[in-house]
Design a protein around this ligand. Structure first.
Ligand code: FES
Length: 167
């Protein structure tokens, strides 16, 4: 099959980690309201965006995801006080790490989406799918698996508390 045909038929896979209290509920609202978003996303419900370990993200890419989306409560609205700020710090760190691996920044996205923002869930997912289609399938750098393994060896506190709160 020619490259152009592969690209035309390409449907990116997105793994989404959605906070139970906001973005997951918003995704549910989008469904109930019949707001159509692309079916390319597999949603994993978590209790707080702060629960997303960097390893989950690397694992998602290593397992074939073309993009990873994280949805959390707006700043100041986290049910666990600072979980979303912690996620933001990890997100910045991960962006730098992915960049050094040659993985495009747009493959990882963090959005604050409250429970009432079903429309935003739809627009973020649809936009991300279009961006990933332009980027094409992710060619996994072989080093990703190695880094993923190394990350398992690092104590959790070292990954989580690298910067002061309220970045
Ligand atoms: S409870 Fe939603 S981001 Fe923390």
């Amino acid at each position: 099959m020619p490259d152009s045909e592969i690209k035309n038929n390409y449907e990116p896979k997105i793994v989404a980690f959605f906070c139970n209290w906001c973005t997951y509920t918003a995704a549910d609202l989008a469904g109930v309201s019949r707001l159509k978003y692309a079916p390319n996303v597999r949603v994993i419900r978590i209790m707080c965006s702060g629960r997303v370990d960097p390893q989950f993200i690397l694992q998602a890419f290593a397992s074939g995801a073309d993009g990873v989306l994280i949805g959390g409560c707006h700043p100041g609205d986290c049910h666990y006080s600072e979980g979303n700020y912690k996620m933001l710090r990890r997100f910045r760190l991960l962006k730098r790490m992915l960049k050094s691996l040659g993985i495009a920044e747009k493959r990882l996205r963090l959005e604050w989406i409250s429970a009432s923002e079903g429309e935003k869930v739809k627009s973020v997912i649809n936009e991300m799918v279009e961006q990933l289609k332009v980027l094409g399938p992710l060619a996994i750098p072989q080093s990703l698996d190695k880094i993923n393994e190394e990350l398992k060896e690092i104590p959790e506190e070292e990954i989580r508390e690298e910067e002061p709160a309220h970045a």
